[in-house]
Design a protein around this ligand. Structure first.
Ligand code: PEP
Length: 253
């Protein structure tokens, strides 16, 4: 069966209550207008403070709710953290893990991301595990090597397509307006699928959605979303405007 395209918005640390609700309502209204489109899935990942109100604002629309991180424990003495159980409790079905901003700002390692993913998956969340090389690694010709290592280290054994999405996000392309060529993206995605295949088996790897992320806009979306191993997009900046987010989605309808 063909993999569906997942159009996912990562709002990052943006949005106060009123803005977040307005954005979510706007996305919900536009997705409802699309009617029953069975080949595309929608996801928004607002900051933790907005999860409950965004969930309400999305009511009746085919848009899933995700968080941007979680702890690996289900509860306990972890000040400032949020557990997978708390995320499912407020209606999340996805959680982004290992975004490069968390790897950089919070020193998250592949091993920690793996541990978080195990816990999130066990709690019923789909883990969107992010990987991608820095500009220096790219310039040193190490893109594939870095991505291989991140996949092997951060994706839990036994992961399936029901519990796992991979997002390839070259760090140098995030929020910069710079993007790799379509051929480069396809090469990396095909390599990711090969590594997943060795790790999880071919049948599972063929079903796992691999998203591209990094300065995706309505103007360049088609170029990436039409590649054989690109199964959607993880969108930062352009997910903060209803017309841009939907403008990307309509490229795969
Ligand atoms: C992201 O943060 O996941 C991202 C891809 O950001 P942007 O689309 O703004 O580059």
């Amino acid at each position: 069966m063909a993999r569906k395209k997942l159009i996912a918005g990562n709002w990052k640390m943006n949005g106060l209550l009123a803005d977040g609700v307005e954005l979510a309502k706007g996305v919900a209204a536009e997705v409802k207008k699309l009617g029953r489109v069975s080949t595309v899935e929608f996801l928004v990942c607002p900051p933790a403070t907005l999860l409950t109100s965004v969930k309400k604002a999305l009511k009746g629309a085919r848009v899933a709710l995700g968080a941007q991180d979680c702890h690996f424990n289900l509860k306990g003495a972890h000040t400032g953290d949020i557990s997978p159980a708390m995320l499912t409790d407020v209606g999340c079905s996805y959680v982004i893990l290992g975004h490069s901003e968390r790897r950089a700002d919070h020193g998250e390692s592949n091993a920690l991301i793996n541990k978080k993913a195990v816990s999130a998956q066990a709690e019923g969340l789909k883990a969107v595990i992010c990987i991608g090389e820095t500009e220096a690694q790219r310039d040193a010709g190490k893109t594939l090597e870095v991505c291989r290592e991140q996949i092997l280290g951060s994706v839990p054994e036994g992961s399936t397509n029901k519990k796992t999405v991979i997002a390839y996000e070259p760090v140098w392309a995030i929020g910069t307006g710079k993007t790799p060529t379509a051929a480069d993206v396809q090469e990396v995605h095909a390599e990711i699928r090969k590594v997943l295949s060795k790790k999880l088996g071919r049948a599972v790897a063929n079903k796992i959605q691999i998203l591209y992320g990094g300065s995706v806009k309505p103007t360049n979306a088609k170029e990436f979303l039409s590649l054989p191993d690109v199964d959607g997009a993880l969108i930062g900046g352009a997910s903060l405007k209803v017309e841009d987010f939907l403008g990307i989605a309509t490229k795969v309808l």
